[in-house]
Ligand binder design. Structure first.
Ligand code: IMP
Length: 442
């Protein structure tokens, strides 16, 4: 807390799916506003509350708490159809989502049907080098944004502007779509599909950066929820196998209009093992003789995409990549999720260094080809082989589990302030005297 302001960013430290949904949901209770700042419905958070499971793609996890205001920031790309599908789904599950508690930035960009079509053609064009995107049109929407031809929410509110922009953009998009043997799209059809959705969106639209400025004056607490994760950042991640936005902490400022020095803390989410969906380098991936281990973890951790249902690639905890994430984001504290998934393991490996062609390397390589050549240097720790599911106090953990947590924290160089021991809210340990605890106390 600085001068009464409390703004915390929460970010996945690895390649996504670290379990942010649960942690945001837990913290949301202590905050007034929960916002997203980048990405779109490529994200997928599962949050379990009692008997109910909520899958959130576009909406911040705070939406489940009806006394919170949620914001979709200017850095996001929003598919209006997906937006209302999710709102309707929430209403069906008994959560009321009204314009009073959900604000959409007038500066966010819209994902249009041709963006989805272009995501498909782009992946097809790349062939063996495809990114493995979620095919939701995310990349093409950000391309249009950077190319200064995107359609922002505020543009779409005027039917004339929306129609002209669709016609202009579609002319170009159709050339590529047709070249790849797909049927062309029609401007009238797109307009007729999108404009009614935009009309429905109108009451949700707000000047969200001003909203944040006013909220700060009233000392409202703001939680900024990153989607995807650090190693998928378009600048800092494993380019080109990345998403098209900036999940890292700096992106939170750009994607909301909140000045960087008003952000008071950054929380990283790490899992006891790693997963990756889509293509791209993954130094600690469990392959060949470790395939059985990958299957065990995938099964125990239910590692299938919550949006695409793709089986996730599994690997060992990578302290080098996580240290890199800590440098980029300036984590004040880490939340470690899915400890219980490792309960069955005899031995647990942790990557503590990288080697390329017999040479030790100190930094996370910029080039994906170099990352493909990495030989991880592992330390092997003994497993605890007893159940940790649902444990709520650090002292109740088996000694070997405590040693493991400490080992991870030391090898990354950041405190672990929260340990998740199961999917439910109360299956959580908050470490006494940690920075994390101070956020929960506020
Ligand atoms: P895109 O974001 O759909 O363009 O996909 C680019 C890359 O990011 C692909 O490797 C996706 O699998 C990955 N990706 C996108 N969103 C998520 C997510 O929420 N969790 C994990 N990976 C994601």
């Amino acid at each position: 807390m600085i001068n009464g302001i409390m703004i915390i960013v929460i970010i996945g430290a690895q390649w996504g799916d670290e379990g942010k949904g649960k942690v945001v949901d837990l913290l949301a209770d202590r905050f007034d506003i929960v916002a997203r700042y980048q990405g779109g419905h490529n994200a997928g958070h599962s949050v379990y509350v009692g008997e109910k499971a909520f899958v959130l793609r576009l909406l911040p996890s705070g939406i489940i708490h009806e006394d919170k205001t949620c914001v979709l920031g200017n850095g996001m790309v929003i598919d209006p159809k997906a937006f209302f599908e999710e709102i309707d789904q929430m209403q069906n599950q008994g959560i009321s989502v009204t314009p009073k508690r959900l604000k959409v930035s007038s500066r966010a960009h819209l994902i249009m049907p041709y963006h989805r079509a272009l995501d498909h053609t782009s992946e097809e064009r790349l062939g063996n080098e495809k990114i493995g995107t979620t095919l939701r049109g995310i990349g093409p929407a950000y391309e249009d944004k950077a190319g200064r031809r995107g359609i922002r929410v505020s543009d779409a509110l005027s039917p004339e502007v929306l129609r002209i922009r669709i016609e202009r953009n579609l002319e170009e998009a159709n050339r590529i779509i047709v070249l790849y043997g797909q049927p062309p799209l029609y401007a009238d059809q797109i307009f007729n599909e999108i404009f009614p959705l935009v009309e429905r969106l109108r009451p949700f639209v707000a000047e969200t950066s001003h909203f944040f400025a006013e909220a700060k004056k009233q000392n409202k607490k703001i939680l900024l929820e990153g989607a995807q994760a650090t190693l998928l950042d378009v600048d800092h991640g494993t380019y080109p196998y990345v998403t098209s936005s900036n999940p890292t902490a700096g992106g939170a400022s750009v994607g909301t209009g909140i000045p960087p020095h008003h952000i008071t803390g950054v929380l990283g989410i790490v899992r006891t093992y790693l997963t990756r969906v889509g293509e791209g380098p993954f130094p600690t991936e469990m392959l060949d003789e470790e395939e059985d281990m990958a299957n065990l973890i995938r099964q125990r951790g239910n590692e299938y995409g919550s949006v695409t249902k793709r089986p996730r690639r599994c690997g060992w905890f990578d302290a080098v990549a996580t240290r890199y994430a800590a440098e980029l984001n300036g984590f004040n504290s880490l939340a470690l999720t899915k400890l219980d998934v490792l309960d069955a393991l005899e031995e647990i490996k942790v990557c503590v260094g990288y080697e390329i062609d017999g040479k030790k390397i100190e930094t996370f390589p910029a080039v994906s080809q170099d990352l493909q050549k990495i030989k991880p240097i592992y330390e092997t720790l003994e497993g605890w082989k007893s159940e940790t599911l649902g444990i709520t106090k650090a002292e109740d953990l088996p000694a070997k589990a405590r040693e493991y947590v400490e080992f991870l924290s030391n090898s990354v160089g950041v405190e672990i302030g929260l340990i998740s021991t199961g999917p439910e809210r109360d299956q959580t340990i908050i470490l006494p005297d940690s920075v994390m605890e101070s956020w929960f106390k506020n």
